[in-house]
Every structure is written in C-alpha cells, then in structure tokens.
Design a protein around this ligand. Structure first.
Ligand SMILES: *[C@@H]1O[C@H](CO)[C@@H](O)[C@H](O)[C@H]1NC(C)=O
Ligand SMILES: *[C@@H]1O[C@H](CO)[C@@H](O)[C@H](O)[C@H]1NC(C)=O
Ligand SMILES: *[C@@H]1O[C@H](CO)[C@@H](O)[C@H](O)[C@H]1NC(C)=O
Length: 324
C-alpha cells in the first residue's frame, strides 16, 4: 500500500511537472487513483475527505427523520441574477455575476442562524436514469441534483474564507426527476443551454434567472450538518434538501449527458456520474419541517422532561420511555 501510494505521488508530481496539472485539476468523481476513495489519501490538505465523520452526501431514510416544529420555512430572495453557465471539467456550473453586488441573493431562515449569499449552482447528473444525484432517498438515486451554494455573509468576506470556517456554508439540494417536459421555467433557461457547454472551458451567458423560482413548490425540507461533496470536503455545510423534485425533459437530460470532462481537442471522459458516493451518517440527525400529520400510535414526542432546572429531580435517570 505504502509503495503504491508513493508511486502515485511520484506519478502525480511527474504529471504536474510535465503537463502543469494542479490538484484542483487532478481529482475525479470516477473510480480509480484520482477518484473519491483517494481524495483524502493523496493530498494531505484533503485528509478530511477520508477521515471526516460528518461528510456528505448521505442516504436519507424517511423513517429516521426527526420533526422539528420550530424550524421556519427557508427564505430565498426574489431578485433576478445573470451569470455564466460553464463546464469546468468536473461539473456543469452556473456562476452568478459578482455575488457582492447589492442585489445579491440571500438565503435565510429554515435551519439557518445566519444570512448566506448564493455564489453558484452546481449540476450533478448520471449516465442512466437510476444514477446521478449526490443524495439518495431510501437508497434510491435521482437522475440529477442541482445545488445552490451560499456562504455566510454575516461573518465572512467571501466563499474562500467561509468554506474552511465554522457555519461557513449552506447548500440547498434540489433533486431532479424526468418528465415529458420541464415544468420549471428557470431550470429551462439553464437546460436549453446545456448543449453549448459540452466541453471543458465552454461558457455561455444566462440572464435574468430567478433562484427563488428555481426552487420546487414546497416549503418542506430535510436538513443536516455535512460537508462539501468534492475536495477539500470541508465540514462546514448546513445542507437543506428540498422535499420535492423539479423536472427535466428527457431531451435536456440527454444534452447534459453529452458533456465531457475535457476540451474540444481532447474530450477525455464523459462528465456524467459526477456525484460522490454517499457517506456514513455517523449518528448525525436529519431534521425536517415536514409534519408527518398522522399521529401514529407511539409517534408523539412527549413534552415531559426528566430534568427540571432548579426543581427537585423527581426521576433521577433519563428513561428511554420518555421518548416513546
Ligand atoms: C441581500 O443582503 C444584502 C446585505 O444585507 C443586501 O444589500 C441585498 O440587497 C440583499 N439582497 C436582496 C435581493 O434583497
Ligand atoms: C477573502 O477574504 C479574506 C478575509 O477578508 C481575504 O484575506 C482574502 O483575500 C479574500 N479572498 C478573495 C479570493 O477575495
Ligand atoms: C406530563 O406529566 C404529567 C404528570 O406526570 C401528566 O399529567 C401529563 O399527562 C404528561 N404530559 C405528557 C404530554 O405526557
């Protein structure tokens, strides 16, 4: 193992010196020596990709969700933005024009204690309909997932300092499902340009996009504390997964699947399957504002506490049946 890694590192430095490859170019989503299994092993700055216990994405088991009645609806500003849809060799991204502008799009409320400013949208997608999303629900993948990434603008000056800092980021994950036609006009604005960002380095202007209207028509979501799903896997992300998908037409999904990881001269591999495998939850809780309104027997959360501050303790142990 040790020699193998040593060899890889030598190989990589060789590649680096020959082709000028940098770490940010080196990693891939695909299996193999630059794939997710190795992100944290080969670059010491990315150790947390391997050792981290609060990593993303995760599989969401509906029966393990915890209802939090105090969590408000998530708020996202109504303003429209312009930006560039681009292929960076890893993902298809929509980069918002200078997110420091006065009409920057803010995300607040929901599970968030701070105000977060959106910087970009990332699209993960699969080569077949049963692959593509980062997050899975009951073990099932969706054909795509779009992610709005935002940094804590109450505390940090920019994304770069926020991504490595406490409560630095929030990412809203929207699962994408196939339909005869897209039902979301904002997503349509991006989708009709997918064929123009086939190769790495391609970029195309998209004007007048409403992130608010890009969201599916639901206020319910699931939330947990996790990480970025690419190197350096920083554990600074409050994830918010919306509880309803948006829809893409098969035609647009097929144009997305044409995207390549290389440029026109040297297209390399298809970009599809640019998702990270799900990571272990490790005793984290996934909270939701979905009120499962059926009071199944044994499902009520009794308000009685075993401890009463400044009162004589009547029952001295925490009994598990106070949650039954
Ligand atoms: C987002 O918040 C910033 C800082 O408070 C503010 O200047 C900006 O106008 C807000 N954006 C919108 C669209 O309201
Ligand atoms: C981000 O903010 C930090 C702290 O204010 C600053 O030192 C750094 O130069 C900024 N980075 C970028 C890329 O603007
Ligand atoms: C809380 O405890 C009191 C006293 O034991 C009891 O009367 C009441 O029904 C309990 N409430 C709930 C919600 O279990």
């Amino acid at each position: 193992m040790k020699t193998n890694l040593g060899l890889c590192i030598t190989l990589i430095s060789l590649l680096e010196s020959v082709y000028g490859t940098t770490w940010s170019e080196w990693w891939k989503y695909a299996d193999g020596i630059s794939g997710p299994e190795f992100w944290g092993l080969l670059n010491l700055e990315w150790t947390i990709c391997t050792k981290g216990k609060r990593q993303s994405p995760v599989n969401i088991e509906p029966k393990r969700l915890v209802y939090d009645p105090y969590m408000k609806n998530i708020h996202i500003d109504q303003a429209h933005v312009g930006g560039w849809l681009l292929n960076n060799g890893h993902d298809i991204k929509f980069k918002i024009d200078d997110p420091a502008k006065p009409n920057s799009i803010n995300i607040t409320k929901g599970p968030l204690s701070y105000m977060y400013r959106v910087i970009d949208i990332t699209i993960h997608f699969g080569s077949s309909d049963d692959l593509g999303s980062d997050h899975t629900i009951e073990g099932k993948s969706f054909p795509a997932e779009i992610q709005l990434t935002a940094f804590n603008s109450d505390i940090y000056a920019n994304f770069t300092s926020a991504e490595v800092s406490p409560n630095g980021l929030t990412v809203i994950g929207i699962l994408v499902q196939i339909n005869e036609e897209s039902t979301n006009r904002e997503f349509e604005k991006l989708a009709q340009e997918f064929k123009r960002v086939k190769y790495k380095g391609n970029e195309v202007r998209v004007e007048d996009l409403s992130l608010h209207d890009l969201m599916p028509e639901t206020y319910s979501f699931m939330t947990y504390e996790g990480s970025l799903t690419k190197p350096g896997c920083h554990e600074t992300v409050t994830w918010v997964i919306m509880n309803r998908p948006i829809y893409i037409s098969r035609e647009h999904l097929e144009s997305l699947r044409q995207a390549m990881t290389g440029d026109e001269e040297n297209p390399n591999d298809p970009m599809a399957n640019n998702n990270r495998p799900t990571m272990s939850l490790n005793r984290r809780t996934i909270r939701t504002n979905i009120n499962f309104a059926d009071p199944r027997p044994g499902c009520t959360m009794k308000k009685n506490l075993t401890y009463h501050a400044n009162f004589p303790v009547l029952r001295s142990s925490i009994s598990s049946d106070s949650y039954s």
